[in-house]
Design a protein around this ligand. Sequence first.
Ligand SMILES: [Zn+2]
Ligand SMILES: [Zn+2]
Length: 207
Amino acid sequence: MSSLAVTDHGPASATAGVWREETLLGLIRQAKQASRETGVEVLCGVEANVVSCRGQLDVSAEIYRRLDILAVGLHRGLAVGRGAGASRDRVKNTQTLLACLARHPVDVITHPGHLFQIDLKELAEAANHTDTALEVNSRHGAVDESFIDAAAEHGVRFWCGSDAHHPRRVGDVQAGMSLARRAGLPPGRVANTKAAFTGIGSEQGER
Ligand SMILES: [Zn+2]
Ligand SMILES: [Zn+2]
C-alpha cells in the first residue's frame, strides 16, 4: 500500500468520529508524522455531516481547507433526516446534496442512496460538473451494478471506501472494488486506484 486516507465522521455524528472539529487539526499532524515514519502517504480528511437543507456542514471551511479530503454524506438523525418519511423525500435529499456541491469543494459524496433516496441522474450530473466522486461503499452495500452503470453514463468518477469504523477494517475496500469490477468500471474511473493516479485505463475502455 502506498497511500491511505482516513476520513473520520464529523462532530455532529452521535456515535462515531471526532467530537470537535478542532480535533481534526491534531489528526493532520498525526497523519504527517505517520507518513514520515512509515513511508506510506497518510492523507487526513473528514466525512462531514450535512446539517441543513441549504447544504451546511458540521465542519467549517476554515478547517476543511486544511484537510486533504472533504467527504460529505447524509446521515440519520441530523437536520435533513428528521421527520417521518424524510429519508424518502427524494427531491429534498437530492437538492440538499446539490447545495453541498455548490457551497463546498466536496471530493466525494459518501454512500449515495444509503438510507436517503436520491435522484441519481441529477446527483451524478452535478458531481461530474464539480469533479466530485461518488463512493462505492464497502460496508453498506447501498449501490449495485445498475446504480454504478447509470451514474457512469454521466461521466462521474467513483471512489471505493471501506467505511471502516474499526482500525482492523481500514483499507478494506474489497467489496467495493469487486462491485466496481462487476459493473464494468475501468480502473481509471475509480479515483483511489493506482490506475487513476497514473492514467492507466482512463482512456481505453472509458464510457
Ligand atoms: Zn457515512
Ligand atoms: Zn461510517
